[in-house]
Design a protein around this ligand. Sequence first.
Ligand SMILES: [Zn+2]
Length: 576
Amino acid sequence: MGAVRTFTTTVSGAISALCLGSAAAAQGAPPPSLDVTLKPHAEGQAVDYVGVRLAVQAPDAKPGEAFLRLPMVFASVETARYHAADITVVDQAGHVPLVQKDDPVDPSNFMYFRRWEVSRPTVGDVTVSYRAPAQAYRPKLGSGPPFDLRPEAGGLNGAGVSFMALPDTSTPYSIHLQWDLADMPAGSRGAWSLGEGEVRTVGPVDLLAHSYYMAGPMRSYPAPSSGPFAIYWLGEPPFDAQAVAAWTQKAHTAIAGFFGEPEKPYRVFFRKNPYPGAGGAGLINSFMSGFSDTPAPTADSMRGHLAHEIVHNWTGSLSGPNGIVSWYGEGMAEYYDPVLTWRAGLITTDEFLNDVNKRAQSYYGNAMNTAPASEIAAKFWSDTRVRKLPYDRGSFYLTTIDAEIRAKSGGKRKLDDLTFAMLNRQKRGLSYDTDAWLELVTAELGPQAKLEFEAMMAGKLVVPLTGAFGPCFKRETVPYRIFELGFDSASLTASPRRVKGLVPGSAAEKAGVRNGDEITIAVVLDAIQGDADAELTIHLERAGQPLEITYLPRGKTVEGYRWTRVANVPDTACGI
Ligand SMILES: [Zn+2]
């Protein structure tokens, strides 16, 4: 159930302030209408483009003011990058030529916009139409957030931010979205993050940009879908999609119920990555869950990461710099994913224990486990060991805090009380940051809680007490062979991917890996790091010859911890 993806990004936090029926819209006249029609087009067995048509109510666009916008890149994924001539704008006076302007390039490659202005003032209502090509974007790093619009199994899917040129404004619209499936195979359906088929809502265009879209001969759970929860997919995933979806719906019910919002809508879109490894991204009320055939995900790994993502919808992330605050967002999601599904009876006590010990393996067998939080952001994408730290460390820290609160209050209070207090602060518009956490945790546990927090941030190893996971589990000391790739992990994300920094005497060297070898297929390490017996196979090219090398990426032995079942305590007495 341990949930770490090759690449997960959550944008919904940044735009959670977008409410579906904004207060401004509730007063006075309804906002102007924005009618969106999406018309995917299948040629033979594959979708080659989707026609996008926007009918904008009287925008009164003027030369010199941006009328439409589309990011050039979003989270390092290239978008459709239309040229002015690709977009047809027509108003009551006829055709309106566009003038194209690009914002300065964002050196971090996260996001910058291309904008279009009208060449004359518009008259009355305006229609905007263009074709979004459906073609998979192959990320240079071997994995990337699955935002690109791509064909899949006779349908297509993608995030709006990658293909929807939209009005360049943050004011709300009365949005009406519909699908025209006339050019698609019979039985096709269309859905996006906010619903299936025809959907009306009120909000800024970012609701459209930061949503997922899927259309074609897709299936769903439940089928048909009408409630607050649904999972959609195309084709035949290499795991039991029905079973994963059925479990995930129950997890959603349990998690949404725990946070007091059982009706909060949530949609999941499964899609196949044309590269190895999983990778997902969270957007508005939804999650795109990517998988690959090699390695095929297990139903366990799929449901674990989905429960993690569902928790994110409430606990979100603290305000503050990436890396520094990641312990909270990822730690909370990792803490509550197994705890809430265990409490709901959706995983067994043995599965819960297995989850704890996979994390223990990942964390105590991690040579970077004492790196301070200040170093996380810089190495987050290039070093799996660093990327996993906020997840493992954050979760074990929260487990420790939970045990301390239960001990101090004689079992009357627990971490849940602080989690809810944090969310209450957020609801009241108060800060949701490190200081807020420290204020609450020191009020609960006394001033030493601040020192404990600072020690964790400085890199001190977090070791939950023997009974921290409840009365059924006790801690024991065990040896771990540390995870050791055997060469500089930055080689995996360089372009080209060439082995450098080979460690003499490492398993990689002994197996035959050499500096300068080119890695031809992207390597995914996240799951291997949490599995002491998992061998790594890398595909190399040396002097023009392909080469496949398999080894156990483990180095020296260190002392760490694991938890085992206490004899004679029944499952019914286990809970935390
Ligand atoms: Zn996460």
